[in-house]
Design a protein around this ligand. Structure first.
Ligand code: E4P
Length: 248
């Protein structure tokens, strides 16, 4: 299972990327607010440059035409960008329209501060987006039906929100497991991103449920990485090594 970072904070992304822990990032308007940023395009481009893999950026329109227009614009920011669309009736209309669209390859990466500095040169980037089209991450999913509908409408990723379901006394992880089972049964290649994760056990449970990706907040990722026995073990090794040095 791949790990994405669920944040818009650049310092967290730099740190997790340096550890080789992440292969993507998910953002949303709340995460942008928490990061104290409103320049969505600039932040998204910087995250794309830092990670150079799948970065989700969310539309803020609530009607299909508005979502389509935003998706077409966002898709030109970087070949790595994935457009997040809310799974509401207008969102499904937008997904159906967006999945027929091509990315405007002439505008791709134009004006980007990191133009020419990525691992992917512009010709390769244009070829990639020409084959992918506009990739969609269907967000705010709380049921297997919503996930199935989004996949049928052309979403490349669906994001069931585990923690928010747990918050209202439902079993969020069961929804992830059910979506994975349905997609496996019907050979649907839309990937499942286990989202709204609140603690390290959610990561393990997502992997056991068969999610393709878990998107994890930075503090949860760090909690999952640390183990007191690892720290105690290291302390002991270093103390013993010091003793050898003192004896010799
Ligand atoms: C990610 O795609 C989601 O937007 C995010 O995981 C939501 O998390 P929250 O429920 O903690 O806000």
């Amino acid at each position: 299972m791949e790990i994405f970072l669920d944040t818009a904070r650049l310092e967290e992304i730099r740190e997790a990327a340096a550890m080789g822990l992440i292969t993507g990032v998910t953002t949303n308007p709340t995460l942008m607010m928490k990061a104290g940023r409103k320049d969505y395009r600039e932040v998204t481009r910087e995250i794309c440059y830092l990670v150079q893999d799948r970065i989700s950026a969310e539309v803020t329109s609530t009607d299909a035409e508005g979502m389509l227009a935003e998706a077409k614009e966002i898709a030109t920011w970087s070949p790595h960008v994935v457009v997040k669309i809310p799974t509401i009736p207008e969102g499904l209309k937008a997904m159906s329209l967006i999945s027929q669209e091509e990315v405007d390859t002439e505008r791709l990466c134009q004006g980007c501060p990191w133009f020419g500095q990525c691992n992917t040169d512009i010709d390769t980037a244009r070829d990639l987006v020409a084959s992918w089209g506009i990739r969609i991450n269907a967000t705010l999913i709380f049921s297997p039906n919503q996930a199935l509908f989004a996949a049928n409408a052309g979403a490349s990723f669906v994001s069931p929100f585990v923690g928010r379901l747990d918050d209202i006394g439902e079993d969020g992880m069961q929804v992830v497991a059910d979506i994975v089972k349905i997609f496996d049964t019907y050979g649907i290649d839309t990937q499942v991103i286990s989202a709204s994760l609140r603690h390290p056990l959610h990561i393990t449970q997502s992997a056991l449920a068969g999610a393709d990706i878990a998107t994890v907040p930075y503090d949860v990722l760090m909690k999952a990485l640390r183990h007191p026995l690892t720290d105690i073990g290291l302390e002991r090794f270093l103390a013993d090594w010091k003793k050898i040095a003192e004896e010799s």
